[in-house]
Design a protein around this ligand. Structure first.
Ligand code: NAI
Length: 328
């Protein structure tokens, strides 16, 4: 658990009818650290914990009955292994779609108008505008892949800028249509969008959804934004597309190898990930460290639902929407 999570957890736990007892660890939960859960009935995890079959075997041997995630995504948990070992898995299905949608918009604006560079320059008393040229969002076409809670919030924001929004999702959401989006086949979305933004979950179907073929179908100069999950994009293909200038700019809040890197201060260390290191050299790439969710409102909601899941487990009354895995 990160230091910034402690206070919102304490506040949520104190307001529970019967507060729970927590042992807090800063280590990432994986097979090598799972033994720390000794003496507990539940483990409470976040996106960069790795609950693979090996970690789950250790947890099950220690008597863990519940894995309760402080995230919406659950791609980091081997649900089959949990089910086989009689462990229930819960999540926080929605805590603030606004937080993620607003960060996505912030990335687009900052990348388009070169804000980090502009602010850095002015601090150095360099008031030149060379290299800072952006484009109007008004009138541009934005492709939104995944029109669930976050996708719809994002559509509303982009519609507010006067963008045309093309959407793609296996299930049409009336709220997306009401917000002004038109659904389109993926290839049409790629061909027509000036900005493509990813808001679908990471599954076997969506792994490397954006690969070299997808880049080839996109408009030259397209901006790609990913606040979904890192492995939606084949990062090596993205680097090639950036080098050829076909991909005009890239904003990432998530990265396929972010485990062990994002959320940590590595400023005194040598970055071992050559792909990430290469990405960080491009002037038209902006990376944030999985912070799209990170607002006070979202953290409060995450902790409230986590406490609700723990209490619900004890009382056999977890809300259905929060359960992602049941004992087999
Ligand atoms: P949601 O479940 O409300 O919506 C996901 C949508 O994606 C659904 O409409 C679903 O039908 C659609 N989808 C599934 N497969 C698809 C495919 N192959 N192509 C297009 N659409 C597809 O989820 P929500 O709350 O909108 O979150 C979306 C994702 O955002 C999460 O799965 C998570 O990975 C990511 N996320 C990132 C955060 C961050 O801090 N960067 C924080 C919270 C979520």
């Amino acid at each position: 658990m990160q230091p910034f999570e402690r206070e919102p957890l304490r506040v949520a736990n104190e307001s529970a009818l019967s507060p729970h007892e927590f042992a807090l660890f800063e280590h990432r939960l994986d097979a090598s650290t799972a033994g720390l859960a000794k003496g507990c009935r539940a483990v409470c995890c976040f996106v960069n914990d790795r609950l693979d079959r090996e970690a789950i075997a250790t947890l099950a041997d220690l008597g863990i009955e519940l894995i309760t995630l402080r995230s919406a995504g659950f791609n980091n948990v081997d649900l089959d292994a949990a089910s086989e070992r009689g462990i229930t898995v819960t999540r926080v299905p929605a805590y603030s779609p606004y937080a993620v949608a607003e960060h996505t918009a912030a990335l687009i604006l900052a990348l388009n108008r070169h804000l980090p560079r502009a602010v850095g320059r002015v601090r150095e008393h360099n008031f030149s505008l060379n290299g800072l040229l952006g484009f109007d969002l008004h009138g541009k076409t934005v492709g939104v892949i995944g029109t669930g809670r976050i996708g719809v919030c994002f559509i509303r924001i982009m519609a507010g800028f006067g963008c045309r929004v093309l959407a793609h999702d296996p299930f049409e959401n009336p709220d997306a249509l009401e917000a002004g989006a038109e659904y389109a086949p993926l290839d049409d979305l790629f061909a027509q969008s000036d900005i493509v933004s990813l808001h679908c979950p990471l599954t076997t179907d969506t792994h490397h959804l954006i690969d070299a073929d997808a880049f080839a179908k996109m408009k030259p100069g397209v901006m790609l934004v990913n606040t979904g999950r890192g492995a939606l994009i084949d990062t090596r293909a993205a680097i090639e597309a950036l080098k050829s200038r076909h991909l005009g700019s890239l904003a990432l809040d998530v990265y396929e190898e972010e485990e062990g890197v994002f959320f940590h201060d590595l400023s005194d260390e040598v970055l071992q990930d050559d792909v990430l290191a290469r990405l960080l050299t491009f002037p038209n790439v902006m990376v944030t460290s999985h912070q799209a969710f990170f607002t006070g409102e979202a953290l409060g909601n995450i902790m409230d639902t986590t406490i609700e899941n723990l209490t619900g487990y004890e009382q056999s009354a977890i809300p259905d929407a929060n359960i992602v895995g049941k004992p087999g």
